[in-house]
Ligand binder design. Sequence first.
Ligand SMILES: [Zn+2]
Length: 375
Amino acid sequence: MKYLLILFYSIFIGCYNIYGLALQEEKSNQIPSKEHTNYKLSDWPEEIPESIIFIIADGTGIGQYTLSYYANGDFAPARFDHIGLVATHPNDGECASTCKRVTDSAASGTALSAGLKTYNGAIGVDKEKMPVKTMLEWAEEKDMLTGLVATSSVTHATPASFAAHVDYRKKEAEIAQQYAHSDVDLILGGGKKFWPDSLIKIFEQNNGQFIENLESKINFKKKILGLFSQDGMPKVHEGRNPSTTKMAQFALNYLQNASNGFFIMIEESQVDWGGHSNSAEYIKGEMQSLNELIHFILDYQEENPKTLVVLTADHECGGVAVHDGADGDLDIRFTSDYHSANFVPIFATGPGAEVFDAFMDNTEIGRMLIEYIKN
Ligand SMILES: [Zn+2]
């Protein structure tokens, strides 16, 4: 009898692990997806803003914020008054067969800039590759001053989605050409290699001033183009200079002379690249930079309460999760070296911020900010 019990027991333990899952059971992590709803924002705020500061932390989801919270200490996003969650899928493929849930920065950049779903790779164009009007272009039409700041090349997908219209994101030289002829008042970041001298000349002839460091004396009556590296700017932990916050400071100093308000998009571009390279160190540095930027921008907002500040991400990158490592360290793990479809947070403070206390589709952010600018 005793031997029989031991036999049964070892058969039981042999087949099941401690969670009761049969070990031989075939597990599949491929599960069918269902039709989803694009949730809308229905509220209209009591007050709308005079100026908008839109911060996009590229590739920054809950895992990246959690990493920063435990690795960097001080957590600036806690200063925001309103928090929501955002679904980021593109409109790419037929949902019955090849539908994509994971977006790239071009499709989601266009969702955020123009309030419209499009295909992966699309910069400021719809599914038929027709240009769509962005919030920055609406701001220009309303005589607001406009700015773009990025730590990638300024012609990279996210900033490009606000001020250019091309069918494919890799056409950065063409995007630079469109910028040179555009009415964007201020552009700061990397990517000098996409601006041959002949193009800089065209920009200057179009009432532009080109600078390569923030100490340059500037003419406030001219449009400003500042390029500080050949490609993307150096990583934070390798000594980025100027810092994202320094560029933001310079930009606000220029834009706050606006008589009719301003719109600026500031991108902390490289949290995403840290996710692509599965580097916790890289993400930690970029999140530190984002944290400093948030403090600076929210201090500015306190002094200028008619300004709305919105912070969100275009998508998550890396499937980042935070675990306990040895000796009290963090063990950061990645599920991928590409983007995930995980929801991303949105934070907001200022007039019109309260509508973002919700679960929403990413196009709703674009749509709502455009409504604020139009009104
Ligand atoms: Zn990416």
